[in-house]
Design a binder for this molecule. Structure first.
Ligand SMILES: C[S@@+](CC[C@H](N)C(=O)[O-])C[C@H]1O[C@@H](n2cnc3c(N)ncnc32)[C@H](O)[C@@H]1O
Length: 217
């Protein structure tokens, strides 16, 4: 499973940013046809707004991917200590290039299901578009919770099933076959249940087939 995911993201690295940020015509068309025009740029802006401009503390960005949605913010947070983790070397290479020269940022290859940090090491965990890809989602929820301090925040967004027939079809056929998504996928209700078990407080929103939320441990 890990190899399939790594290969899938290796082969899409060159077009990934243009699709996800809708900076290309194909990207805009893809998001409009299959995802009802959901704009990940807007979701990223809303999630990252939970982190103040003068933030001091530790942040984990997992999976960082190419850091397309996070690098600008991470570069400015020079009083923070930021760790960026991804499975895919190719995606990580792009992130490293974007974050180059920032002594407060460390990029490393790793698995969200086995994070190399002590319990309570992080003030914030940011996870954009990861949970619909992670092979072991329960482990990922547990590990991101474990590394957070009490009072720390998980800021995340990902695909949920049950909101759009066309998005659900694409997710369970082509994207799963290619290794870009990994079932089982959660419904909104299932996400709410998981988060309620782990976190003291959750603010949760949906936009089309995307759920995004800020949870406090
Ligand atoms: C859709 S991309 C999201 C990247 C970035 N956060 C974004 O929003 O653009 C999903 C990423 O998850 C990574 N990934 C998948 N399973 C992983 C795991 N178990 N641990 C760490 N990264 C993983 C893939 O390599 C890929 O780069």
């Amino acid at each position: 499973m890990a190899d399939k995911i790594k290969k899938a993201y290796q082969s899409t690295t060159s077009i990934y940013d243009a699709i996800m940020t809708q900076s290309s015509f194909i990207g805009r068309l893809y998001m409009k046809l299959f995802w009802g025009g959901v704009d990940d740029n807007e979701i990223a802006e809303k999630l990252l707004a939970y982190i103040p401009k003068d933030f001091v503390g530790t942040i984990l960005d997992v999976p960082v991917g190419t850091a397309v949605f996070t690098y600008q913010k991470w570069r400015t947070l020079s009083s923070a200590q930021i760790f960026c983790i991804d499975y895919s070397e190719e995606m990580l290479l792009q992130a490293e290039q974007r974050l180059h020269g920032c002594a407060h940022i460390t990029c490393m290859q790793g698995d969200v299901g086995n994070l190399p940090f002590a319990a309570g090491a992080m003030d914030m965990v940011v996870s954009m578009n990861g949970f619909h890809v992670f092979p072991d989602k329960e482990k990922a929820f547990h590990e991101t919770w474990r590394v957070l301090k009490p009072g720390g925040k998980l800021l995340a967004c990902f695909y949920i099933k049950g909101k759009s027939g066309i998005s659900d079809w694409l997710a369970r056929t082509i994207l799963t076959a290619k290794g870009l998504f990994t079932p089982p996928f959660y419904t909104e209700q299932e996400v709410e249940t998981v988060l309620a078990e782990l976190y003291a407080q959750t603010e949760l929103y949906t936009d089309g087939s995307m759920v995004y939320f800020a949870c406090t441990k």
